[in-house]
Write a protein that binds this ligand. Sequence first.
Ligand code: 26Q
Length: 838
Amino acid sequence: MSTVVADGVPAKIPPVASPVDEDPVKIASNISYHAHYSPHFSPFKFEPEQAFYATAESVRDRLIQQWNETYFHYHKLDPKQTYYLSMEYLQGRALTNAIGNLNVQGGYADALNKLGHELEEVVEQEKDAALGNGGLGRLASCFLDSMATLNLPAWGYGLRYRYGLFKQRIGKDGQEESAEDWLEKFSPWEIVRHDIVFPIRFFGQVEVQPNGARKWVGGEVLQALAYDVPIPGYKTKNTNSLRLWEAKAVSEDINLFEFNDGQYETAAILHSRAQQICAVLYPGDATENGKLLRLKQQFFLCSASLQDIILRFKERKVGKGTRSWSEFPDKVAVQLNDTHPTLAIPELMRLLMDDEELGWDEAWEVTTKTIAYTNHTVLPEALEKWSQAVMWKLLPRHMEIIQEIDKRFIEMVKSTSPDLEHKLSSLCILDNNPQKPVVRMANLCVVSSHSVNGVAQLHSDILKAELFVDYVSIWPTKFQNKTNGITPRRWLKFCSPELSQIITKWLKTDEWVTNLDLLVNLRKFADNEELQAEWKSAKLANKKRLAQYILRVTGVDIDPNSLFDIQVKRIHEYKRQLLNILGVIYKYKKLKEMSDEERKNTTPRTVMIGGKAFATYTNAKRIVKLVNDVGAVVNTDPQVNNYLKVVFVPNYNVSVAEMLIPGSELSQHISTAGMEASGTSNMKFALNGCLIIGTLDGANVEIREEIGEQNFFLFGATADQVPKLRTEREKGLFKADPRFEEAKKFIRSGAFGSYDYNPLLDSLEGDTGYGRGDYFLVGHDFPGYMEAQTKVDEAYKDSKRWTKMSILSTAGSGKFSSDRTISQYAKEIWNIKDCPVP
Ligand code: 26Q
């Protein structure tokens, strides 16, 4: 009998070890089996935390079965497979997703009840796996979900960082960062594969063999050890893998002589170096040491993943005679998630030439047919450039290969496109500027990939017209668009069950969960009063849940009947949280100047802003501080706080997003046009019936097209106007709107405390020598923004109209399913087919 106790009472459920069916009694017994026989805590304790681990392990049993079947099935059928290489994954919590994808929600909820717990409370015990920063990392995780759901043979590769994204707290000086140890206890979702280990070399030198072949030798050798995380598809057996690499020293790498001599640190130097590699996501790169560590991380991911891929390619030739290397691209597609895994290119060339003895031409053909590259940003500061000196030191053989790629590219251009010869200094890979010789990673990717894609139509157009314009004339068919998407499972079905049920009821099917285009059928009910009432009540329930959360984490009491206006994303000047808060400040000042009667005619609003600022990004941190200071004043001002509240939501992450987005009514996507490659939270908000105020940037353009321009609050300069506006600004031709001046002056007057906001505000001036003189055009777009906000207030007063717009937002979001995005990658870039497990 189980001795697992709930409220002090032993559960009368005998434990069973085998994965179980849908019967809640059997599920409960399997959960108690795990509490008992794979214990992680002292016995006789079964609080929500223990219940979480036991439940997760019970669910994992089911996943492992499907997972193994999936692997064997792929192994037997040997289809072409995609490998997604990414330095970031933002998986968030896994339990709700796993239970939902397995479609065993009811069984697990009842089973936990029998053990004295609530599923909702138990799932909250899980820490987010936050092995990423922002959009690019969350996109990778949505893609994994879609690849499994579409039964595609496709895996993710990443790094098993010990400390992922930092935890954010708000103190008296603004943002404070602290390490978040997601593995503090352990993760029930990862399985270490002690048999999957590859050597990874750093430093050393290149040796020429008697036959002329080159070989990388010497230096430091570490090991990459595989940890696998199961990725279940929605209502399918296919369960794919996310393989995360951890760095280890070779066990003999401890010098016992030195150790016994008391020199503990030097004795175990390689152990400590190995630990550094996966210690943190994006270690600071201001120092040379920091840069070297980041480069080591990138190479570590690329080398381990490619050795693994090549080994699998060789293993799967079993029974098929010898396989020629020219078949490699028929079995393997590698997608580079931005330039961070670029070293996969020279590493694949090295492995093919130096280990497998292919000639240059053959290796090059294989490499270029295998590799494809996605660009996620046009911001110049985010385009990776690595010092040639550091690269020669760390990766001497790879630098030889990169030099050769560059040399052959230059020769090719000279012979086939002589008109581009004068552009070669910017097109080539090695920038040999004697001041600072660097390798341009994006150029290496474009030259070596068979496909280059942007992540929204506007972004892809900008890549072709600007950043990569000259490459387009060399390779006109290489460039593509793949508009981003989000998984409708996590971002609607699981995070907003109430709204999902209403959608299913009105569409008379739940097929929309895997065929999101079906949402369009909601359009014909947009005016239906019954649907409107249900819709409003589901949104209100989500708002109330959000209000409770905000009260708990910030102490601010917000009114669920006010308009919930949310901007959550990384804090960056180009995303213009500053425009948002300046608008709030202006509104606050006007509210204070109004009579009581006038105030009563305004639309009550709660503005929530959340996001993390990179630890060394000073202006972003000043913005965080400003939002908090404004909140402190506005929320305690009895004249105004029934009409306006301002909340900074701390520690924004995937789980917080799952709470905020369902409760949102208006969300802000207000970047300077041309700067946000796509955005993906805009899609999550729209899918949840939240209206958007935004610029014509990134995927906003396509969202507006899909949901209808009358349902989108548009303002601001367009991408093609931006360069001219910047020039005018520099020349002093810009005339500021008096409201913009008034808002800035109000802050400078000390209305929000004594913190020195002058440097931040000066960055909005054209001529103070600070920053780039309102490079992000906050001043230019301010009046249009205020007018759009006035339209929002008007629209919200008409509840029927607003609810209709909300329904139409959801109805128009079908295009933004990551299932659609991934189907396009599969067909148009990877050339892979589904491989469903029977
Ligand atoms: C820069 C220099 C050196 C090393 C690393 C980097 C670096 C690291 C991370 C550069 C960029 C990133 C992250 C970029 C990112 O998250 N981009 C976002 O990608 C989303 C998915 O495509 C888009 O929706 C967003 O618009 C884009 O900002």
